[in-house]
Design a protein. Structure first.
Length: 427
């Protein structure tokens, strides 16, 4: 007897008869991506963490394996290697609350630590200044080390100090940190200038002239818009996420994402939980309010002089209000959102490792985890070409363009027509 089958039925029978296809090999794809393109993280606070945890030993400590050491480092050489890191902007952060001259001193020490670390491990690190340097160092199997100065207060209102940082290898300046300064408004402080003062605009143009990147992480919306308007080169957000997903002032709103597209810049997505998860943002704000309530002089003297009771009360509050989970998938959501609004040519990675107090998304606990993030995006349908853009090609394009702008400004003299603000602590 002959059984006739329709085309649809025949296809169904063939599907059941055929062996199951192998699962996609995302690991192999990630490996190919990271062999072709250096993975460049826009922001890592390892230098400041070493200063805080090691003190004077930071100059000589063995940095090859720090996993499990006091201080809970997110970074060491072994994990950088496992994570396939090809380039890193090392943040040289100092507190914005310090007097200006002390900020300069500590910034110089942080820059020196990055340079000394690279010199101590020449088989692992090499200092880089240009996009071509990064590619060459990556081809040699080493990690290109770049420097980001994380706060405009660290120049103490002096373009001469900015030029000195550039000579020492600084590749970007974050215009503010958590405090509004004399020439730029911060995202997390009271605005005073509606963005940038004339001196702030001069800082942006001097960064362009030097070939340093203008970093808009931490700045207010008005400062974002002003800097993009003034800058002749593409800007970066070295560690910021999408405001539409988490309504935090550190994140980038949609209209600014579209300005970044026009400017040619890149938003490097941050891992810090308050910027990644709105539930976590609200929880952490409630926790801070509770801590303030317990530590403030309460009516009737309750808890005054009783820190143990205050600590117990916070522990009980946390028991009743469990910390929300923050995951790798949520970071991927921010990356996809930035890519949707600004374009896939304008998104990167800016983890903020060793700068978030130990709290990180599940699956992104340290520098070994970049391949897992790329694999997640591949599972969502990202092509190898787009993963290469995210990993490093977008940042390298921005760097190369900033170098071209600097070359075009080579005949321009440093600005002297704008008087810097005078600070009470500057003398």
């Amino acid at each position: 007897m002959t059984i006739r089958t329709t085309g649809a039925l025949a296809s169904l029978l063939m599907m059941f008869a055929a062996p199951a296809s192998a699962a996609p090999d995302y690991g192999a794809r990630v490996e190919r991506v990271l062999k072709a393109t250096p993975l460049i993280d826009g922001h890592n606070d390892w230098a400041e963490a070493l200063r805080g945890h090691e003190g004077g030993r930071r100059w000589t400590a063995d940095l090859r394996e720090l996993d499990g050491r006091p201080g809970s480092y997110n970074t060491d050489i072994a994990r950088l290697r496992r994570g396939g890191v090809g380039g890193q902007f090392w943040s040289v952060y100092v507190s914005p609350d310090l007097p200006g001259l002390e900020q300069i001193k500590q910034t110089l020490e942080q820059i020196d630590l990055v340079r000394v670390t690279a010199a101590r491990y020449p088989d692992v690190f090499e200092m880089a200044r240009t996009a071509a340097d990064v590619r060459r160092i990556h081809r040699a199997g080493k990690i290109a080390s770049l420097i980001g100065v994380e706060g405009g207060g660290q120049i103490d209102n002096s373009l001469s100090v900015l030029r000195a940082y550039h000579e020492l290898g600084a590749g970007y300046l974050t215009l503010t940190h958590a405090r509004t300064i004399e020439w730029a408004d911060s995202a997390t402080d009271n605005p005073q200038h509606n963005g940038l003062t004339p001196f702030g605009e001069a800082v942006v143009l001097e960064l362009n002239r030097l070939g340093m990147l203008v970093d808009l992480a931490h700045v207010s919306e008005a400062t974002m818009r002003a800097a993009i308007r003034v800058s002749r080169a593409p800007v970066v957000f070295s560690h910021s996420s999408a405001r539409a997903l988490v309504d935090h002032p550190r994140n980038v709103p949609d209209d600014v994402l579209r300005l970044v597209t026009e400017n040619g810049g890149v938003v490097m997505v941050n891992y810090a939980p308050p910027y990644v998860s709105d539930a976590y943002r609200r929880w952490s704000a409630d926790l801070a309010a509770e801590q303030t309530r317990l530590n403030a002089p309460p009516l009737g003297g309750l808890l005054i002089g009783q820190p143990d009771k205050a600590a117990a009360a916070i522990t009980e509050w946390k028991r009743q209000h469990p910390m929300p989970r923050v995951t790798l998938a949520q970071v991927a959501d921010h990356i996809e959102y930035v890519a949707k609004v600004a374009g896939v040519d304008h998104v990167g990675i800016g983890s903020d490792f060793d700068g978030v107090g130990g709290q990180l998304p599940e699956g992104l606990e340290d520098v070994s985890t970049y391949p897992a993030l790329l694999a997640e995006l591949m599972r969502r349908g990202w092509s190898d070409a787009d993963c290469r853009k995210l990993a490093g090609e977008n940042v390298l394009r921005v760097m190369a363009r900033a170098e071209q702008v600097a070359a075009s400004m080579r005949g321009e003299l440093p600005r002297t027509d704008v008087v810097p603000p005078v600070l009470p602590h500057s003398s």
